[in-house]
Design a protein around this ligand. Structure first.
Ligand code: CUA
Length: 321
């Protein structure tokens, strides 16, 4: 991945972000045509309006209104029929693109997406792989996302691809794209879903076929990695960093800094020592013991984290003194 691709992440601009999918150029073209046709009509009406305002203003030589003009059939027909043709043309064009955007190609590769407060989970049904906050796909393939939510309504948005779709609980929605080239792109949640909404980000990596295959077989857990280092990696890759800081500042959840071994006051007034079992329970049954001053909003990580990963995260927390 070159620097050009890297630079797409977290870089905003006044203009539309770079168009990077096989459909996004069509979307932009139609968008620009609508914008410029509207601008042209707006300017024409305002200019003619101002001209008449000046020409027919009341003055000493123009006191009495002229005889009222009742009809001009040619003029009336033209200002009805010309806009009608323009609008029907835009409708047909938009409808054609809308159908192409709505119907994934039959040979598209399927990835399941789950939105959760506050992260994205990507599951590869064929390959049996689950990743958080990172969607990795091969280039030159149409990708179909089958999406649902475990809690509230989220919305999956890839600005560079001009695709956006709500992710709804108890229901599946689909969206598809094909990237024009390998690169790294931003994914945003674009439906307000609570405290962590603005941090509900994911990265979309489009890799060459060879790199993608390498990524598929690469293990989630490096076997010989020290536990605390593995925990540090999981802190980012499992999206713990959305809600928990490691510098002592409070985010949606309490900071991990200095957490281990401390006596923690709970929402119900009782207290507990933050040992291995307390931290483990906070991951698998987060609402059992909620820290004072925080809301019970954490989703359960039971089934998301393997035992070894929980232990690695605890080892990492121990290092944050
Ligand atoms: Cu999820 Cu906003």
């Amino acid at each position: 991945m070159g620097n050009k691709a890297e630079s797409l992440v977290h870089k905003g601009s006044f203009w539309l972000p770079r168009s990077a999918s096989t459909m996004s150029d069509n979307v932009d073209l139609l968008y620009n045509v609508v914008t410029w046709v509207s601008t042209l009509i707006f300017v024409t009406i305002v200019v003619v309006g101002i001209y008449f305002l000046v020409k027919y203003r009341r003055s000493s030589t123009n006191l009495k209104a002229e005889k009222h003009v009742v009809h001009n059939t040619a003029l009336e027909l033209s200002w009805t029929i010309i806009p009608l043709i323009i609008l029907m043309g835009l409708f047909a064009w938009g409808y054609k693109d809308y159908l192409r955007l709505s119907i994934p190609p039959a040979d598209a590769m399927v990835v399941n997406v789950t939105g959760k407060k506050w992260f994205w989970q990507f599951n590869y049904p064929r390959e049996g792989k689950t990743v958080l906050n990172e969607l990795v796909v091969p280039e030159g393939r149409a990708i179909k996302l089958v999406m649902t939510s475990e809690d509230v309504i989220h919305s999956f948005y890839v600005p560079n691809f001009r695709i956006k779709k709500d992710v709804v609980p108890n229901h599946y929605t689909t969206i598809w794209f094909e990237a024009k080239e390998a690169g790294i792109y931003n994914v945003f949640c674009t439906e307000y879903c609570g405290d962590g909404h603005s941090a509900m980000l994911a990265t979309l990596k489009v890799l060459s076929q060879a790199d993608y295959e390498k990524w598929l077989v690469e293990g989630d857990m490096a076997e010989d990695m020290p536990m605390d280092k593995l925990g540090e990696k999981l802190y980012a890759s499992k999206a713990c960093n959305t809600c928990h800081s490691i510098d002592g500042s409070a985010k949606v959840g309490p900071s991990w800094k200095g957490l281990f071994g401390k006596t923690r006051t709970l929402a119900n007034g009782s207290s507990v020592v933050a040992d291995e079992n307390y931290i483990r329970e906070s991951m698998t049954a987060p609402n059992a013991k909620v820290a004072q001053g925080f809301s019970p909003v954490m989703p359960t990580y039971a089934g998301v984290l393997k035992d070894k990963e929980i232990t690695a995260l605890i080892e990492y927390i121990k290092t944050l003194k």
